[in-house]
Design a protein around this ligand. Structure first.
Ligand SMILES: Nc1ncnc2c1ncn2[C@@H]1O[C@H](COP(=O)(O)OP(=O)(O)OP(=O)(O)O)[C@@H](O)[C@H]1O
Ligand SMILES: [Mg+2]
Length: 341
């Protein structure tokens, strides 16, 4: 519907507009009221009426607020909804309002054994699920910089994940994860500027994980090179942001923590400092609480074969554009990461 013929206005006005060739909405909207008055010999009130009638036809979105878009409420049109990637745990997804943002860089920081790699492995599985199940229907690129990729642990997680639903049984989750081992920053640069764009342009990879960014920057730069290091980090983060926006996918970067002294109080803060933090869209911080719980150990078929004691961990949203600062407790078992209920 885009011609004056479709408007519910006085037929005399329609005829006047058509006589001078003003037939489409585009023509009428791009001319000023005075120009249309002069050309079609209409009054100011009549032309304003025509413009208002057109505006009512072309406005297709109801009044929505930024909060509606941010929260993805029912009022938010589908094309404006911000897609999230499920973490694989319903309670964690609910706390994160759907999961990991599919735009920008999400950092997962935390001490050793906090569960950073476990969460990343879980995302490599969930990303392969269809949209309606919280995935992005694509594979993952996993860039390892420190330890070897934990293939055995991924295999275990996949086996347990497949038990959750009959339709997952036939999916070869392990075949859609592209692993790259990176020994230094030069290799990371060439991976991000050459290999990764090539891989992402194929459209089958919908998640990029770097585990971890801190290790390379810590090793390759000395303390006196801080300025150069900051510039390098900013340019790397900018390239990652560009990839995220071009291919509409989440980039997840793992970061370690360092000790910081405030007076006599010692606390841990994410490594790499402000130059890196300023480039992030969202920061999640994982840590071990020191509290232990006993969890059951089961076979793939669900039979109980014993138990084990594990640390209760916490996941804190340090900052995110769509979330308040919240903390929730979780544990890691054979299946992966799950909220403590
Ligand atoms: N099969 C499993 N069953 C139960 N818990 C497991 C299993 N595999 C790993 N974990 C738990 O996960 C922890 C390791 O988590 P993860 O590898 O994610 O740490 P991380 O935060 O990546 O640490 P780092 O910074 O050293 O890489 C182990 O300490 C253990 O508690
Ligand atoms: Mg790790």
């Amino acid at each position: 519907m885009s011609t004056v013929e479709d408007l519910d206005i006085n037929p005399r006005i329609k005829t006047s507009l058509k006589k001078v060739g003003l037939t489409t909405f585009g023509q009428i909207l791009t001319l000023s009221i005075q120009d249309i008055q002069r050309l079609a010999k209409l009054s100011q009130g009549e032309v304003t009426g025509v413009k208002t009638a057109i505006a009512q036809q072309v406005v297709c979105h109801p009044n929505i607020t930024a909060l509606d878009i941010q929260r993805g409420t029912e009022k938010c049109p589908k094309d404006l909804k911000i897609v999230k990637l499920s973490t694989g745990c319903q309670q964690i997804d609910e706390a994160l309002r759907g999961g990991i943002l599919t735009q920008g860089i999400t950092e997962i920081s935390g001490e050793s054994a906090a569960g950073k790699t476990q969460l990343c492995l879980q995302l490599c599985i969930t990303v392969q699920l269809p949209r309606e199940q919280g995935g992005l229907s694509g594979g993952a690129a996993y860039i390892c910089t420190e330890d070897a990729f934990p293939s055995k642990r991924l295999g275990q997680m996949i086996s347990f994940f497949k038990q959750r639903s009959a339709e997952h049984q036939q999916v070869a989750f392990g075949d859609n994860i592209f692993i790259e081992h990176i020994p230094d920053l030069d290799a990371l640069n060439s991976c991000i500027h050459q290999k990764l764009p090539h891989l992402l342009s194929g459209g089958s990879v919908k998640l990029v994980i770097i585990d971890s960014v801190a290790a390379l920057f810590r090793c390759d730069y000395e303390l006196k090179d801080m300025y150069r290091r900051s510039k390098h980090m900013a340019s790397l983060a900018a390239s990652l942001q560009q990839l995220s926006s071009k291919y509409c996918l989440p980039i997840v970067c793992v970061n370690q923590v360092t000790d910081s002294m405030t007076g006599t109080v010692k606390k841990t803060i994410p490594a790499l400092g402000l130059a890196w933090s300023n480039q992030l869209t969202c920061r999640l911080s994982l840590s071990r609480t020191g509290r232990e719980v006993d969890l059951p150990k089961r076979t793939l078929s669900g039979a109980l074969i014993g138990g084990f004691s594990t640390s209760v961990r916490s996941l804190e949203v340090v900052f995110a554009p769509h979330l308040p600062n919240i903390t929730l407790m979780y544990v890691i078992d054979q299946e992966g990461i799950k909220a403590l209920t």
